[in-house]
Design a protein around this ligand. Structure first.
Ligand code: ATP
Length: 355
């Protein structure tokens, strides 16, 4: 539904150049909720603004619903009209709502339809339908100042849906909201995604947002996408930074000659009593140093940091057992004074064992 190919954006101001996007390839499938995360300055806003050509990319292409938007940009009046038309099929939601304070809720939602030249009667019908969809029918005649943050964002979402978009872009839509309101707005986005088959591309700095509604995610650093995939794929990727941030597990080894292992459970494996089986099968005492369980995209997922007695070499078989149960297993630390090369070797051995 959304594809960017080798997308680059260089800002030039006062003789200085900033490469905000550095060859970004993004693939968002139809009907999925896709989250882009990254630190401040990573290029997230620039990416989302390039996707609907609010910002013109320096090079590369953006295709939305099979249409190459970059080819439409800036080639005379007809192309501009075509770009406007294409853009009307891409809704956008903003962190600070961007509502017009002098217009009622209903008139705010009608605004994009006015711009598209839709008749007054049809505009009103559509606005009322959208207000119903976002649960704000009673506030049609209110002004933005009379609404809570969550209600304002519902209006922002209704307005974004006015042109019947196939794609919704969300730029930190919940960052200005409290946790409970955030949850209700995320739920609304999820419902709209399911009910309307809407593809959602959102940027956020909150891992909880990814956990709550994203099917897929990408991590941006310095203008590049450094990791991407479905959340399940990421969780199954050894060393994935996103997986570790989604499920941070801490915990230090309790002493020397211990092997610390991070185990990721998802799908079927999340419901099996593997740790007690491991303990019984090999007659070993297992300490849980840290754990995080949650539901991601409707599936139970968890990470656990466990400690096994003995060095890595003594634990190759139990670690193999965990892998045979379909678990993702990474050796986190070997607390027996190996130098970092030794640790890497041990981790390498562990990976080989998985194949
Ligand atoms: N209009 C602009 N002119 C010059 N530089 C810009 C402009 N917009 C963004 N940048 C620079 O491009 C880089 C990426 O910025 P961008 O806003 O896309 O990052 P971000 O990941 O969205 O960060 P944040 O979460 O803080 O919004 C930054 O170094 C920023 O300073």
């Amino acid at each position: 539904m959304i594809t960017t190919t080798d997308l680059t954006k260089v800002y030039r101001s006062r003789g200085r150049e900033v490469t905000a996007l550095d060859g970004v390839d993004l693939h968002v499938r139809e009907g999925e909720v896709y989250g882009v995360v990254g630190r401040s300055g990573a290029g997230k806003s620039t990416l989302i603004r390039c996707v609907n050509l609010l910002e013109r990319p320096s090079s590369g292409t953006v295709t939305v619903a099979g249409q190459d938007l970059t080819a439409l940009a800036g080639r005379g009046q007809r192309a501009n009209a075509a770009l406007r038309q294409a853009r009307s099929r891409i809704g956008m939601v903003f962190q600070h709502f961007n509502l017009l304070s002098s217009r009622t809720v209903r008139d705010n939602i009608e605004l994009p339809l006015e711009i598209l030249g839709v008749s007054g009667k049809e505009r009103t019908r559509k606005a009322l339908e959208l207000l119903d969809l976002v649960g704000l029918s009673a506030q049609a005649k209110a002004y933005p100042a009379q609404l809570s943050g969550g209600q304002k964002q519902r209006v922002g979402i209704a307005r974004a849906l006015a042109g019947d978009p196939k794609v919704l872009l969300s730029d930190e839509a919940t960052s200005a909201l409290d946790p409970e309101t955030t949850r209700s707005i995320l739920q609304l986005l999820r419902d709209l995604n399911r009910q309307l088959g809407l593809t959602v591309l959102l940027i956020t700095h909150e891992m909880d947002v990814v956990k709550t509604i994203c099917d897929s995610a990408a991590l941006m650093k310095g203008g590049r996408v450094v990791e991407s995939g479905t959340v399940s794929e990421l969780l199954a990727t050894p060393g994935s930074e996103l997986a570790a941030e989604l499920f941070p597990v801490g915990g230090e080894p309790s002493g020397p000659d211990r092997t610390v292992v991070d185990v990721t459970f998802h799908g079927e494996a999340a419901t099996q009593p593997v740790i007690s089986q491991l303990s019984r099968t090999y007659n070993i005492d297992i300490s849980i140093l840290g754990a995080a369980m949650d539901t991601v995209a409707g599936k139970q997922v968890g990470r656990m940091r466990i400690e096994l007695p003995g060095r890595f070499e003594e634990n190759v078989v139990p670690i193999g057992f965990l892998r045979e149960q379909g678990l993702q297993v990474e050796v986190a630390a070997v607390a027996d004074a190996v130098d970092s090369d030794g640790l890497q070797e041990a981790a390498g051995l562990a990976k080989d064992g998985a194949q």
